[in-house]
Ligand binder design. Structure first.
Ligand SMILES: [Zn+2]
Length: 81
């Protein structure tokens, strides 16, 4: 991850991570198996409303790497929200 304490759009310092990610009925995630998914952190600017998502942990990145790069024949459907 990068330094996400300042909004990259308006330079506000009110750029915060949400505790539960992005939701619309259920939590958004990156599928890494039949019943597995990685939930990214969602950062929101409280001044301009800009938001972006990051996968913060190296373990989660490795899980995504294993699923998408090491198994090219596996279906890559995304979780629909
Ligand atoms: Zn902003």
């Amino acid at each position: 991850m990068t330094d996400l304490s300042t909004c990259p759009k308006c330079d506000s310092e009110e750029f915060v991570a949400t505790a539960f990610g992005l939701t619309r009925g259920r939590q958004i995630g990156i599928t890494t198996g039949l019943v597995k998914k990685v939930t990214p952190s969602v950062y929101v600017c409280c001044d301009c409303g800009y938001l972006e998502m990051w996968v913060d942990s190296k373990e989660d990145l490795q899980e995504i790497r294993n699923y998408y790069l090491d198994k090219p024949a596996v279906s890559k459907e995304t979780v629909k929200i």
